[in-house]
Design a protein around this ligand. Structure first.
Ligand code: KG4
Ligand code: ZN
Length: 338
């Protein structure tokens, strides 16, 4: 079964074709990052307009590159929640038009579930249960995927997302938006020990908090104007974020008794994070799956992979499919092994 995936929840317009839910054939991503850089963040109205211009061309490009015609596409999956509402409706409307024109089933996919499916694309033999950390510009969520594939939240950020904290601090360091990858490069030349930064452990909870760290970086920069080494600040900031993400994810995975951890979302493209997570997990006998960077950042392959599992069961949301800006996954009430 070949599924066309469409993703337009934020500032990437993406279309992908995935075979049998696990084999990526092609993924086209038209990023708007350059366009939003001068504003220091995504401008929703601008994002929607660009999606309108690009969504059908990226679908066409994906089909041409994979040499696949509409007759060979068995179903369509589109991100319909959560995200920027004006951006989501563009993808949903395009997906509906194609579903109608081609007479194919259409399913809506939750963006975070999509990020989890990037782990299945990276490791097709992965079977639940496992714990997945999704860290992006908009989310920091620790998700338990039970043996039936059902997803519930063990912990999430109480304020800023990890990527949001990195992006805001990167801006304070005069790095371009989005700052995560620039910060990682700068941090390579820095010494994380030279700048003391706090870590919010929130003992007894799997939740996270990053707003205090952002404030601490701002205060450090304000109080040390003469002797600032930007690379040391970058390294210390990255270290503080990575320490908390790794320790809390491994602790959660141990407490629910799973044998695998997955990571996803744009921040998972950070090599310091993926290495530290893999090392800490391995030390307690847990394996760690980190998709390659293009599967960590927003992409339509993960949406097609997630949609496949619904389409293969014969599900079809049809032309009544709606979009939603907010769609929190449910909290885990009790988890086996805890
Ligand atoms: O998943 P994503 O592409 O979009 C959202 O859904 O937010 O994630 C974007 C986030 C941004 O905060 C960006 O700075 C961060 O991922 N990011 C990174 C790296 N590459 C992207 N953060 C740290 N290190 C990286 N290499
Ligand atoms: Zn995302």
């Amino acid at each position: 079964m070949v599924v066309l995936g469409i993703e337009t929840s934020c500032d990437e317009t993406s279309a992908a074709l995935v075979a049998d839910g696990r084999r990526g054939l092609v993924d086209i991503v038209a990023s708007q990052a350059d366009l939003h850089a001068r504003w220091g963040g995504v401008v929703p109205e601008v994002a929607s307009r660009m999606h309108v211009e690009r969504v059908l061309p990226v679908v066409q490009e994906a089909m041409e590159k994979a040499k696949i015609t509409s007759a060979e596409i068995d179903g369509i999956a589109v991100t319909n929640r959560p995200g920027l509402i004006g951006a989501l409706v563009v993808g949903v409307a395009a997906a509906k038009a194609l579903a109608l024109a081609w007479n194919r089933p259409l399913v809506g996919v939750h963006h975070l579930i999509g990020h989890i499916y990037a782990c299945y694309l990276a490791e097709p033999r992965l079977v639940p249960p496992f714990v997945c950390l999704i860290v992006s510009g908009g989310h920091t969520e620790l998700i338990y995927v039970d043996r039936t594939g059902e997803c519930t939240v063990l912990g999430r950020t109480r304020d800023d997302a990890a990527g949001e904290c990195l992006d805001k601090c990167a801006r304070m360091l005069d790095l371009p938006y989005p700052g995560g990858a620039h910060l990682e490069r700068l941090a390579e030349q820095g010494d994380p020990q030279r700048v003391p930064l706090p870590r919010a452990w929130l003992e007894g909870s799997a939740d996270f908090s990053f707003s205090g760290l952002k404030t601490a970086v701002a205060r450090y920069l304000r109080q040390n104007t003469h002797e600032i080494r930007r690379e040391d600040v970058a390294a210390a900031l990255q270290g503080a974020v990575v320490d908390v993400l790794v320790e809390k994810t491994v602790a959660a995975a141990r407490s629910v008794g799973v044998e695998a951890i997955g990571i996803g979302g744009g921040v998972a493209a950070n090599r310091t994070l993926s290495r530290a997570m893999a090392d800490a997990a391995l030390a307690v006998g847990i394996r760690c799956i980190t998709p390659l960077p293009p599967l960590c950042t927003d992409n339509a392959s993960m949406i097609a992979a997630a949609g496949y599992d619904r389409l293969i069961r014969g599900e079809d949301d049809g032309l009544g499919l709606d979009a939603a800006a907010s769609a929190p996954l449910p909290r885990a009430s009790s988890v086996e092994g805890t």
